[in-house]
Design a protein around this ligand. Structure first.
Ligand code: PMP
Length: 425
């Protein structure tokens, strides 16, 4: 089994002294870097993750899907067939907006969450990470405000930082983003004359908090955003991965003009193809396509055709069902291990997705503790990665998506040993 996880926390961490990070004395071009690179951060936890990826370490850090559940033999045949029968198209440049057949199929996927759109509304991207980059590129000038949940997906914070946005966090609770808190944050920002460009939200099975925005709150959040003239960026890679409930209506299904919707095949199928998408109103979409063409010319035809063929010839709904069952079993293992070994900590019980968000007891510092955890052969992402200002040290994100239930139990047992050791320090 080869595992080379790229943990979601990898690019997070405290600022380094300069854009070039360590070793700047050797960097001839130090004075030449663009201003915006100063917001790019090197990670002090990256070195630890190199160790965390060793097989003896139980990594509860990465957000990697459990691909062993995929029918690799069938996918192998499919890839061969794609090259043999459609190779001249698959290996050629394609449309900047993305393959039209795939865009039609994406509508079927989104229909599961109540979205009614046209293929022209969809722009295919290289993972939803590229969609985050494109949206930020077309909307953010240095100093503009992005309002985002506290905590927020580390990869999104990295993009916002790279474009010199200022992120203002809004608290969440067990039902997701708190409408009253959003209202007061936007009112304060407006009084201060700050320019808010969009609200970034992960409404389903949040990364890292594991919670979902309740159905009741969805129209309230949209109404508040609309009243303040703020666009909503709905990032939804986990919406189809609920353990006990069917998908709920996406924010985009309630508002065509005020929401940009980001989807991805990374968690419901496989991240290696790097295929995601944005759904956007006409004018925004045109800018996104221009921005994407200047970045990558076009998304990979080979990947798009492979996914399109998978969707039309394989039981993708059955695959998602099987993922849901696997992840539910792992979630159960995580929660029972936490109950047994870390009863003084507090955590949520996620009803879908990949992550548990754990609060350490006694004000312990998860970032500070990480080197000792890695020595004890267990890894996680400290909460600081998920806050723009580096707060959140009393939290950690534990992923249950990749390790087997036995490894999860062993990882949490090791973690409890580390926590006990911290108290004795
Ligand atoms: N958004 C969220 C909330 C994520 O968790 C991730 C991956 N961890 C992404 C976007 C990016 O996913 P991808 O580029 O693989 O579609």
């Amino acid at each position: 089994m080869t595992t080379h996880p790229v943990p979601d926390g990898e690019t997070s961490g405290p600022p380094t002294s300069s854009a070039a990070g360590t070793g700047t004395r050797l960097d001839r071009w130090l004075d030449s870097y663009a201003e915006r690179t100063h917001g790019m951060r090197s990670s002090e936890i990256r070195a630890l993750f190199a160790v965390a990826n060793r097989p003896e370490v139980v990594s509860l850090a990465g957000g990697m899907p459990f691909l062993e559940g995929l029918p690799l033999d069938i996918l192998g045949d499919l890839a061969q067939r794609v090259v043999a029968t459609r190779g001249l198209q698959a290996l050629q440049y394609g449309s900047g907006q993305g393959d039209e057949t795939l865009r039609e199929q994406i509508l079927d996927v989104m229909a599961l969450e109540g979205i009614d759109a046209h293929p022209d509304d969809v722009v295919v991207t290289t993972g939803s990470q590229q969609a985050l980059d494109l949206v930020t590129r077309i909307f953010i000038d240095p100093g503009d405000v992005v309002v985002a949940e506290a905590p927020s997906y580390v990869g999104a914070l990295g993009v916002f930082r790279a474009y010199q946005a200022d992120v203002v966090h809004v608290p969440i609770d067990a039902d997701g983003l708190i409408p009253a808190a959003l209202e007061s944050t936007l009112a304060t920002l407006s009084r201060e004359g700050r320019r808010v460009k969009f609200l970034y939200t992960v409404p389903n099975f949040h990364n890292p908090a594991g919670v979902s925005l309740s159905v009741e709150r969805r129209p309230q959040i949209l109404e508040i955003a609309r009243r303040h003239g703020v666009l909503v960026l709905e990032d939804n890679p986990y919406g189809l991965l609920g353990f006990s409930t069917e998908p709920v209506p996406a924010l985009r299904s309630l508002d065509d003009e005020g929401v940009l919707y980001l989807g991805s095949f990374s968690k419901t199928f496989a991240p290696g193809y790097r295929v995601g998408w944005v759904v956007a109103p006409h004018a925004v979409r045109e800018k996104l396509v221009l921005a994407s063409e200047s970045a990558i010319l076009c998304p990979s035809n080979a990947s798009q055709i492979a996914i399109s063929t998978y969707l039309s010839t394989c039981d993708w709904r059955g695959q998602i069902k099987s993922y849901r069952e696997q992840y539910r079993e792992r979630r159960d293992a995580m929660v029972s291990a936490l109950t047994e070994h870390l009863p003084d900590a507090s955590w949520n019980v996620p009803d879908g997705g990949f992550y548990t968000w754990v609060r350490l007891p006694d004000g312990l510092d998860a970032k500070d503790m990480l080197p000792r955890a890695v020595t004890a052969r267990v890894a996680y992402v400290p909460g600081t990665a998920f806050y723009f200002d580096g707060s959140g040290a009393d939290h950690m994100r534990l992923s249950f998506c990749y390790p087997t239930p036995e490894r999860i139990r062993e990882g949490v047992r090791r973690l409890a040993g580390v926590v006990a050791g911290e108290r004795d320090l």
